[in-house]
Design a protein around this ligand. Structure first.
Ligand code: NAP
Length: 251
């Protein structure tokens, strides 16, 4: 099969490595090209947008793609929506690999919001020390707020930073002890995060609970229905099943 993996997560890379090591299928790994620090995969890699639903549908046809695995980040909603629409138009199989969302542990103080734009209202007007881990792209809502921010990002933001921001460039995984030390050192009183669900960055949630800090959790965007799995192993099984069904159809 010709399989297109829409990447941007560690699970996408793991899946790509696992499929490539079997040498049973041709894998094309796709990245948006928004970051300079993307880790390489051992597969044919294409970089850049497809040009909307039409562009993706043309790509699927031109490259005779049999199956698409959408392993993008849970907040890459536009790409996921386009994948549903383009695979429907082209009658190509689609699997969405979505890691489970984080759940509030007992005793945690989580305040849920639906979008990043709602975070400033949840923070309130009283100046606070905020640990901001929602990424480098979504800084606009914080520009006019009275808070101090510790902003952690993998790459330097292109946009201006909110006033009173300390920038910390770092890539997970992060340990619980280090997260507690960091939040204590910066006198953090509130953690802001998107519900990414990644193990590598979940220690901040335990650290916030241990320190009794409020967490403002941006919930995941709604996506159109698609066949979904939650692990790389389940995605590999789906590929196996798709292959068997394909063989049955062709005999
Ligand atoms: P998005 O808003 O859903 O997508 C914006 C556009 O970027 C898409 O319409 C598509 O352009 C292009 N695109 C996105 N993912 C692509 C991929 N894997 N291959 C080719 N084109 C892609 O996505 P985003 O939130 O900007 O995220 C961009 C990338 O960063 C994604 O791959 C995602 O997995 C990764 N990422 C996102 C976050 C996050 O918080 N959003 C966090 C970590 C990693 P066209 O319409 O031209 O096809």
């Amino acid at each position: 099969m010709q399989i297109l993996i829409l990447g941007g997560t560690s699970e996408a890379r793991q899946l790509c490595r696992a499929l490539e090591s079997r040498r049973e299928h041709h894998i094309i790994f796709s990245l948006a090209g928004v970051t300079n620090s993307a880790l390489p995969v051992p597969a044919e890699t294409r970089i850049g947008g497809f040009g909307g639903v039409t562009g993706l549908a043309d790509y699927l046809k031109d490259n005779r793609i049999d199956a698409v695995i959408d392993a993008t980040h849970p907040f890459a909603a536009q790409m996921s929506r386009h994948a549903v629409e383009a695979t429907r138009v082209c009658a190509v199989k689609l699997l969405r690999l979505a890691r489970p969302a984080w759940q509030a542990p007992p005793g945690a103080r989580w305040h849920h919001v639906s979008t990043i734009a709602q975070v400033p209202a949840a923070l309130g007007d009283r100046p606070r020390h905020v640990f901001l881990t929602t990424g480098r792209k979504d800084l606009a809502p914080f520009m006019m707020t009275p808070h101090r921010y510790l902003l952690r990002s993998i790459e330097t933001p292109h946009l201006p930073l909110p006033p009173y921001t300390t920038l910390l460039l770092a890539r997970g995984p992060f340990s619980l002890d280090d997260e507690i030390a960091l939040m204590t050192q910066h006198r953090v009183d509130c953690l802001v995060t998107k519900n990414a669900g990644a193990d590598a960055t979940s220690a901040k949630l335990d650290a916030a609970r241990r320190l009794g800090l409020e967490v403002i959790m941006v919930d995941r965007p709604a996506l159109p229905p698609a066949q979904e799995c939650a692990s790389v192993e389940a995605a590999l099984e789906w590929v196996r099943q798709s292959e068997i069904q394909g063989i049955r159809r062709s005999v």
